[in-house]
Design a protein around this ligand. Structure first.
Ligand code: 6PG
Length: 482
């Protein structure tokens, strides 16, 4: 046996990860269900490093040095289970199976438990950065045991993206912690993308700007505090022309956003945990609404009326409004991250993980889809303890939101007036205002609940936890009992 690592599943992500591993001095065993893929990889890239192509799981396992370490890069769900079972049967106690797909963290917890019972290590590892990242340096979010990290850590560090001189990988926590954090990463990705889309809509429909003009605005934004991969690629998408029609490519792309499930999991899990992730939730629902053709065509046919989306803004005020949008985007982005990190911390409490938030922010600075300049300050805020309860309480972000908020409110108000939906801008603002309200109308809800269902309420002048019930007055029947 010569290989110190193996990759099972050689579709785009798997083969790029295998090549990345080989580029960094690892000897990589290869296995794919259909051998043609393995052959293709060897034909095209076999000379890039040390590969050991194999034709069966048994051969693959035999090619690995102990402790045998295999990364699975197959589709989440049933194909992953089938591959794991085959590997477990062929491997021995002490060996390590890594699932690098976007698996649901509860599946990872279940699998880890079953595989631990057989003496093997099972590591659910979030891999972000798409195909390009897999090849040139992804951000990696491994869970699993400390012991497996000892073997896996150096290998993963050798292939991870590097940000500010540090590899974008850290041991997130036991069992499903890595996939949990990757799931929330994807939720934040959804809200980042929706915020950019809302900004675009305001400029395109609201201000009547061309795709090229808007692309230039994003280029400009990318030079400041919004500097990030998603802002950068937005400009590329906006400037792209369709080869067939010569129109902006964006105008010939069907306006229905797809999704494969990780955003939905983020929201479902937040609902279970009782965490408010309104930004991510609205981003998922916005994609869902975009993908309901019947409903949308029905609305066109029914002729639902309202303002047409154009903003009446004078040429003189246009630049200032674009600046307002930039501020609104930044403030809403801070809220989305605050909410995402709250979900990670609530998940950590629920599942017993010790997750270092500052380290999570640090490994998201490079390689992953949400990589952004501002994650430097996010990691500092967690490192100093200032963001322990909420990122919004850290002085740097508190001030950033304070400076942005007049703009943010103007954008939400103008969008509502002109009829452009900005669900993440507006729900993030509502979250911020909800958070800072000394007293919420929830008291009224408690009153209603007590009236119709005797659900009881707490009193402001009684100890926490004490429950009161009112005998709600019927006509002619006075007063209250507690
Ligand atoms: C990444 C991405 C990647 C992928 C997701 C999201 O971190 O590299 O998040 O995992 O883009 O599958 O895809 P959907 O938008 O299809 O849900």
């Amino acid at each position: 046996a010569t290989a110190n690592i193996g990759v099972v599943g050689l579709a785009a992500m798997g083969s790029n990860l295998a090549r990345n591993l080989a580029h960094h001095g690892n000897t990589v065993a290869l296995f794919n269900r259909h051998y043609e893929r393995t052959e293709k990889l060897m034909d095209e890239h076999g000379d890039e490093g040390n590969f050991v192509p194999t034709e069966s799981i048994e051969q693959f396992v035999a090619a690995l040095k102990k402790p045998r370490t295999a990364i699975i890069m197959v589709k989440a769900g049933e194909p992953t289970d089938a591959t794991i079972n085959a590997l477990v049967d062929a491997m021995e106690p002490g060996d390590i199976i890594v699932d690098g797909g976007n698996s649901y963290f509860k599946d990872t917890i279940r699998r880890e438990k079953a595989i631990r019972a057989r003496g093997l290590h099972y590591v659910g590892c979030g891999v972000s950065g798409g195909e390009e990242g897999a090849l040139n340096g992804p951000s990696l979010m491994p869970g699993g045991t400390e012991e497996s990290w000892k073997t896996l850590g150096p290998i993963l560090k050798s292939i991870a993206a590097v940000a500010e001189g540090e590899p974008c990988v850290t041991h997130i926590g036991e069992n499903g912690a890595g996939h949990f954090v990757k799931m929330v990463h994807n939720g934040i990705e959804y809200s980042d993308m929706q915020l950019i889309a809302e900004s675009y809509d305001l400029m395109r429909r609201g201000l009547g700007m061309s795709t090229d003009q808007i692309g230039d605005v994003f280029d400009e934004w990318n030079k400041g505090e919004l500097n990030s991969y998603l802002i950068e690629i937005t400009s590329t998408v906006l400037h792209q022309k369709d080869a067939k029609t010569g129109k902006p490519l964006l105008d010939v792309i069907v306006d229905r956003a797809g999704m494969k499930g990780t955003g939905t999991w983020t929201v479902e899990t937040a609902l279970e945990l009782g965490t408010s992730v309104t930004g991510i939730g609205e981003a998922v629902f916005a994609r869902a609404l975009s993908s309901q053709p019947q409903l949308r065509a029905g609305a066109q046919k029914a002729g639902l009326t309202g303002p047409d989306g154009s903003l009446s803004i004078s040429d003189a005020d246009r630049a200032a409004f674009i600046e307002d949008i930039r501020h609104a985007l930044y403030a809403s982005k801070i809220v989305a991250y605050a909410q995402g990190f709250n979900e990670i911390s609530d998940g950590a409490k629920e599942y017993g993980w010790d997750i270092d938030m500052a380290a999570v922010a640090r490994i998201w600075r490079g390689g992953c889809i949400i990589r952004a300049q501002f994650l430097n300050v996010v990691s500092d805020a967690f490192q100093s303890g200032e963001a322990d309860v909420s990122l919004l309480f850290a002085p740097y972000f508190k001030k950033a939101v304070e400076q942005a908020q007049d703009s943010w409110r103007r954008v939400v108000a103008r969008a509502a007036e002109c009829g452009i939906p900005v669900p993440v801008f507006s729900s993030s603002l509502a979250y911020y205002d909800g958070l800072r309200s000394g007293r919420l109308p929830a008291a009224l809800i408690q009153g209603q609940r007590d009236l119709f269902g005797a659900h009881t309420y707490g009193r402001v002048d009684a100890p926490e936890g004490a429950a009161f019930h009112t005998l709600w007055a019927e006509p002619g029947r006075p007063e209250i009992e507690e």
